[in-house]
Design a protein around this ligand. Structure first.
Ligand SMILES: N[C@@H](CCC(=O)N[C@@H](CS)C(=O)NCC(=O)O)C(=O)O
Length: 215
């Protein structure tokens, strides 16, 4: 039987999928690419015309959205990362899953682009600072939810924590984690302490695959 294949760049959004696979402990094949694959791995465009990662292949299934992949893995492969539709926390679970990407990751991509990725003459500190502030302001929701629980919903660690947790990982990469509240800093420490997180971090270590966009 075939196993899911994940195309991944170290610490990019595909980390969500890698982390979910490790939490679920399902067998998978990891294909590590240099970032950005669109430029550094031109053959990848034949596999995923968008050129973005993640890209997941599972049987006939092809997926390119990290939050959707985490939702898919959690529900399709079963296990504790999912919240069932008849659970009172189902709506909150979906909301946090998508909040992690749409609200907490998107503004950071502008910080990344205009602070680090663009050539120096195209960098824009104003845009980067504005979207850094946007991101920090949007953390208020998670901060409020975590006042009464260690995890975002359902009273346990779920795929929603993976989605939001990746946004915190990216924030650390961008030196924004120093603006986390004490509650969020403690949550981020809890996430990093998970064996699944640590296995995912170790799995992406390969020569030449360091996330060079971090510098
Ligand atoms: N909304 C998508 C975004 C995918 C995406 O833009 N990934 C970035 C990496 S974090 C990428 O591939 N960037 C390289 C490029 O745009 O060429 C998701 O959540 O997976």
């Amino acid at each position: 039987m075939s196993v899911p294949i994940l195309y991944h760049c170290a610490d990019a959004r595909s980390f969500r999928a890698l982390w979910a696979l490790e939490e679920l402990q399902v067998p998978y094949e990891l294909r590590l690419l240099a970032f950005p694959p669109r430029v550094r791995e031109p053959d990848y465009l034949k596999i995923n015309p968008l050129g973005t990662i993640p890209f997941l292949i599972d049987g006939e299934t092809r997926m390119t959205e990290s939050a959707a992949i985490v939702q898919y893995l959690a529900t399709h492969h079963g296990g504790p990362l999912a919240v069932a539709p008849d659970d009172p926390a189902y709506g909150a679970w979906l909301n946090w899953l998508h909040h992690g990407e749409a609200t907490l990751t998107f503004p950071q991509t502008l910080v990344l682009r205009y602070r680090r990725l663009e050539p120096p003459e195209r960098r824009n500190p104003q845009v980067a600072d504005d979207y850094a502030k946007w991101f920090v302001a949007r953390l208020r929701g998670a901060d409020a939810a975590l006042q009464t629980s260690d995890w975002l919903c359902a009273g346990r660690f779920t795929a929603a924590d993976i989605s939001v947790g990746y946004a915190l990982l990216l924030a650390e990469t961008l030196d924004l984690s120093e603006r986390f509240s004490p509650t969020l800093a403690a949550y981020w420490a809890r996430l990093q302490a998970r064996e699944g997180f640590q296995r995912a971090k170790a799995a992406q270590l390969a020569p030449g695959m360091a996330p060079d966009w971090q510098a």
